[in-house]
Design a protein around this ligand. Sequence first.
Ligand code: ATP
Length: 591
Amino acid sequence: MRTNKESRTGTKKAIFKRIFECIKPYWRQTLFTIIILCITSLLGVLPSIIVQQIIDRALPGKDFNLLVLLVSCSLISTVISSLLSVWQSYLSTSISQNIIYNLKNKMYRHLQEMPYHFFTTVNQGEIITRMSSDLSGIQGVFNGTIVNFVSNTLILMSTFITLMLMDWKLALLGMFALPLFVFPTKKVGNIRLKLAKQTQQQLSLENQIINETLSISGFKLMKIFNQEIKESEALQTVSFNTSRLQIKEFTAGRWFVMIMTVFTSFGPLLIYLYGGFLFIQGEISIGAIVAFVTLLARLYAPVGQLSNLYVDIVRSEALFERIFEYFDMKPQTTASISLSPWNVATHDIVFNNVNFAYQMNKPVLKNISFTAYSGKVTALVGPSGSGKTTIVNLIPRLYEINSGSINIGDEDICSLNLPSLRSKIGLVTQETYLFNGTIKENLLYAKSEATDQEIITACEAAYIHQFIMSLPEGYETLVGNRGIKLSGGEKQRISIARVLLKNPPIIIMDEATSSLDTLSEYYIQKAMNYLLKEKTSIVIAHRLSTIKNASNILVIKEGSIIGEGTHDELLKKNGIYKELCEKQFGKDFAY
Ligand SMILES: Nc1ncnc2c1ncn2[C@@H]1O[C@H](COP(=O)(O)OP(=O)(O)OP(=O)(O)O)[C@@H](O)[C@H]1O
């Protein structure tokens, strides 16, 4: 059996492999960046060596020409190094931006392919966090953490080699303090990591409160129930915790920093002491001692930074895990084995013994079998929660059935190409969703190439054209978030017009339960009559007029069909149906 440690190493390896895959397309730029970092780290040791030459040769020899030469060399190396750093930062920024650009678009495409149930279960804020802050965190990893890691490692190596070449005994003496850096930094790093995780949790809570209470529906709910003070206090508490945690995180290890500062001054002091002794013995020059001390500072700085990078590296690992976790989720199969083009002669929809459950062992639909005939209206009626919406959601394959089959014409929907299946279905939902744009933009969502005349024809058929024209900006009127500036009836008629523009052979309609005024209802009814004409339509019916007009009515109860027929037939033979009608439309509804 694999131990925990082994499996963590395995995961780490897999993550590194995938990070490498992300960088691979930019290997040339990456190679350049590494070369530049190598050159700048080598150039970085030059000034110390030059100082040694100045002290040991130019000054005692009173050689002004050599002094000018050495100072110029130092200046030139600094200028070259700075110029290279600019280039390197341009390269690493463009590499990281390109990687993020690719990841973001790939992730969006991937999420688009996810099955519908994913979006009904996952927290919406979570998706946005991964698409935004996690991805920008990853950009920081490519642009900061990785570059810092490579550059500090190179600085460390170049300085270490130079020191060893200069005098290995002095080098070892100067380095005795190094282990003292590493161990406590790791400990402080772990404390900071723990605090960072807690901060992240509080930040998510903060986002959740903001998201929920300042979204259009949440805001309304908060106002109606007078919950402003409670919500604002909740946010205050959470943001107070966040700020406390952040203060703790940033001040964690301040004692450690203090001790480290003392230790860093120990190294040079030892060099002065032992180097001074060697100087007195005539074994070493003053220049060498000065060069050593400056190089030592160059050694301590990257060690300190590398130890601090530990926290960033562990954090980055978590970020990558979150991003890759999304990529590993299985998308919905868009096309099954046969990619049949759509050539069904009729568009009869046939449910054959369909069973479905959202959760294991909790069947929602049981042995559903019926035919919705082409050119006819099939109405679904039944108590709330009986499974009507679930039945219609199975047709465009928003959910996959557990057993049985659904055919359109002669084709099993599972063998149809998903985009082509959906292109033949028009969906009018209870709650019409409109994007925050103009009425025209919302209509064009159904058919981007529609002409103005087509739009007008569709809106006339949906009995909404006159209303739109009465608005000061007509079709260019902005509808607000989720179409908040329009009434329920207006929104539904716009959504009918949108489906009319698409003109699919199959229409699925979930009638609004909310009561509309008689005029709105009248217009919607007229619009519906037009919409459903010569289509295969399935309507979740809430209005008596729809039920009466339907060719066939299916009575659904607890996930089963318990009756089928026309309104009159069902009234005669089905007690439950009669009861349902009486409940919904009153005892004396028109027979
Ligand atoms: N996404 C979901 N995950 C889990 N269970 C669900 C989900 N959607 C619906 N259900 C459950 O499935 C059952 C059928 O729901 P469905 O929405 O199909 O009923 P309905 O007849 O359309 O109700 P209504 O008339 O109130 O809209 C209900 O018990 C509901 O709680």
